[in-house]
Structures are given as structure tokens and as C-alpha cells.
Design a protein around this ligand. Structure first.
Ligand code: SF4
Ligand code: SF4
Length: 385
């Protein structure tokens, strides 16, 4: 794998840690889909161009969920999803174009897709596409589990605004309403939500560096125009995408602004530790799905599992929902295989409720859940009446 030209770069030491955490490898058993194999083939392609078929290598290496789990555990700091994004960027193709249109025109496309999904009924009829569309349609809210009883003081950080994320902006404004209500009652009076764009994370994973840079620039400009407020999020992937700006030259933040930005991005669940909730009995088990991009410090999991009386089962945190961003367009079978493994490992049964706090995970979980298993954002379970 190594070559003199790469002697200055970190090298894979074949420790195998990435193999233990890759959900794609776990679901398929296919070694050629592993992080190590992706790294090897992409480096081989760079070191010996012409020896391998570039398109075939990049197509194979592009079969990646961009979950980031391998990069988090690699002792050499090797960033496989980053290498995959670069490879995707070299051969964008039709799927990347489609993904850019789907994300970039969410305001136009998603409501129509959700209406079509609603017309297909709750299970979307036969076929994976129907279930995926049905998963966008507003689902019946689960019975309220959490009622806020007392609010502590809001930690003072000046002005506060929400970053609702694309799904809440287009299809689930009720999440933003509940979040706004919670912030008000905490005393963190939120200002009008700026004209944010996509956080850019899924565009970057898809190799759409230019589109991501545009989204980042728009959001940074909106933050500055709003007076650099605290930015409260309730989607784990948005939190992850926004937090990355602080260390990314593309964002154009100087050192002081980068520190202010890192401080400003605040998951809502981190503030909810200041609220006392009463907890109603759930009809079945309450499961929690930890989004890959929330990382080991997942604030939603810490809050939910710390709520007295809720008894939410967080699992072992090793499962990916399998959404995979642009990958699902080219390899929906792999996306489904990863989801099937999750549901099998969580042993979900009719009457159970699966909660999560990532918009992407929620659409994938709703599209793949076993019959009778409800899927909801944890905001859906809060009764603000
Ligand atoms: S980003 Fe996730 S799916 Fe892709 S190689 Fe790494 S662990 Fe596997
Ligand atoms: S964790 Fe890093 S060093 Fe270890 S096998 Fe994977 S890529 Fe190589």
C-alpha cells in the first residue's frame, strides 16, 4: 500500500479497528466494502494510475455510508469517508446530480414527494421507493410521553435562534414549534430563524464540494447578519455538519469567530437538562437510535437515558440506520441490508417506539421499520399543552 511518494502521509497499520465498527461490512460481510479496502484501492489508484480501472475503483470505494465511524477509531487518523468524498467528486455522475437537486431544491421537491407518499398509504404499497415516499408523509404522533413541569434558567449566551434543518423546514414545522416553545419557557427567547440553507454535510459526503461550500457560506453569512447568536439544533446530522465549520477553511472564520461558532452551535437536548419532565407510561418498549454523526458524546442519548422514569433503551450504539446519503441512490440494496441488521439487532416488536434525533435517520427508520413499530423524533413525544 505504501509508496515513497506517500512516506510523509499517515499509513494504515492494518490494526483492524475500522473493521470492527463499519456497519456496511457488518451487514454484508463483504471485505471489499470495508474501510481498509477502500483506502487501499483508492491509494493504489493514486500511486499507480492505469494499473486499475479508475471508474470501477471509485464506484466500489464509493459504496460507503459516510457514517464516519471508521475515521473516529483509526489510530493513524485516516479519513476514509473524506477519501470517498474526494473520489465521488472526481466522477460526479447522474446520482450526484440527482442528490444535489434533491437536497438543493428540498423546498420544492420534498412536499410533493410527501403528498405522493401520503396517497400511497402508511406502508407505501409494494416496493422500496413507495415506502421511502411514505416515510416522508407526516406520521401519526405517538402518545405523549413527556410533559414539562418546571423550567430552570436558560444559560446566558445572548441571542438565540433555531437551525431547524431541511426536513423540519419543509415537512415538519411542528418540530420547530415545539423547540421554540421549549426555548421560550426556558427563558432563551429565540429570535426569528435566519434564512439558513442546508448544513452542507450530506453534500460534502456526496463529493459535491462546490455545493457544500455554497451552503456553508450562506449559513455563515446568515449567522453574522443575525449578530452571531447561539444556534440551537435538534437534528444530530445538522449539529455535526454545522460544528465542522469551526475547523474548516471553507467557512472563512478567523480564530475568534471559529471559537464563537463552536460555542454557538448548541443541541437543544443539552438545554433540556434544565427542564423537569413528568413521564407517562409507554405502550411498549421505548428504543433510542443513536445517529452515527452524533458520536460517542451524543447529547440526545445522554438526556433521554437520564430522564427518570422513561427507561429508554439506547442499544449498544453500534448500529447505523443505513441511509447513506447519495449511496442509497446507487446501492439501495446495501442501504436496506444495513437497516435490516439494525432492526434485527434491536429486536423491535409491534407496539415498540423507536426515537431518534436525526432527520435522515428518522426517514430511513420509518421506511424500514417492522410492521407495528412506530418511529418518531423525541420532540414528537413532548406534550406542550
Ligand atoms: S464511513 Fe462508515 S460505511 Fe464508510 S467505510 Fe467508514 S465505517 Fe464503513
Ligand atoms: S483503523 Fe486505520 S490503521 Fe487500522 S486498519 Fe483501519 S485504516 Fe488501517
Amino acid at each position: 500500500m505504501d509508496s515513497p511518494a506517500r512516506s510523509h502521509e499517515p499509513q494504515c497499520i492494518l490494526c483492524g479497528r475500522c473493521l470492527e465498527v463499519c456497519p456496511l461490512l457488518a451487514a454484508t460481510g463483504r471485505e471489499e466494502l470495508s474501510p481498509r479496502a477502500k483506502l487501499y484501492t483508492l491509494r493504489r489508484l493514486a500511486d499507480a494510475p492505469g494499473e486499475l480501472d479508475a471508474r470501477a475503483v471509485e464506484r466500489l470505494a464509493g459504496l460507503c455510508l459516510s457514517c464516519g465511524r471508521c475515521a473516529r477509531v483509526c489510530p493513524q487518523g485516516l479519513d476514509v469517508p473524506g477519501a470517498v468524498a474526494l473520489a465521488r467528486g472526481r466522477h460526479p455522475g447522474f446520482q450526484a446530480w440527482l442528490w444535489r437537486a434533491w437536497i438543493g431544491r428540498a423546498d420544492l421537491l420534498w412536499p410533493g414527494a410527501a403528498r405522493l407518499g401520503a396517497a400511497l398509504g402508511p406502508r407505501g404499497g409494494p416496493g422500496a421507493l413507495g415506502r421511502r415516499l411514505a416515510a416522508l408523509a407526516p406520521a401519526r404522533r405517538p402518545a405523549p410521553l413527556l410533559r414539562p413541569e418546571a423550567f430552570g434558567p436558560c444559560p446566558d449566551a445572548g441571542k438565540t435562534v433555531l437551525f431547524s434543518g431541511c426536513l423540519a423546514r419543509t415537512l415538519r414545522p411542528d418540530w420547530a414549534r415545539t423547540a421554540t416553545d421549549l426555548l421560550r419557557r426556558l427563558g432563551c427567547e429565540p429570535g426569528p430563524e435566519p434564512a439558513w440553507g442546508c448544513c452542507g454535510a450530506t453534500l460534502g459526503h456526496a463529493g459535491l464540494a462546490g455545493a457544500r461550500a455554497g451552503a456553508v457560506a450562506r449559513n455563515v453569512a446568515a449567522w453574522r447578519a443575525a449578530g452571531r447568536p447561539r444556534v440551537v439544533t435538534f437534528c444530530a446530522s445538522c449539529t455535526h455538519g454545522l460544528a465542522a465549520y469551526a475547523a474548516d477553511p471553507v467557512a472563512g472564520l478567523d480564530a475568534a469567530e471559529a471559537a464563537a461558532w463552536a460555542e454557538a452551535v448548541t443541541p437543544l437536548s443539552r438545554l433540556l437538562g434544565r427542564v423537569r419532565f413528568s413521564v407517562a407510561a409507554a405502550p411498549g418498549r421505548v428504543l433510542y437510535h443513536a445517529p452515527c454523526h452524533a458520536g460517542p458524546a451524543d447529547p440526545d442519548r445522554a438526556w433521554l437515558t437520564g430522564l427518570p422514569g422513561l427507561d429508554a433503551d439506547p442499544g449498544d450504539g453500534r448500529d447505523c440506520c443505513g441511509l447513506g446519503g447519495v449511496m442509497q441512490l446507487g446501492a439501495p440494496d446495501l442501504s436496506r441490508a444495513v437497516a435490516a441488521r439494525l432492526w434485527q439487532r434491536r429486536a423491535a416488536a409491534p407496539g415498540d417506539l423507536m426515537l431518534s434525533g436525526c432527520s435522515g435517520c428518522l426517514t430511513q427508520l420509518a421506511a424500514t421499520a417492522p410492521l407495528g413499530v412506530a418511529v418518531a423524533h423525541w420532540l414528537d413525544c413532548i406534550d406542550m399543552a
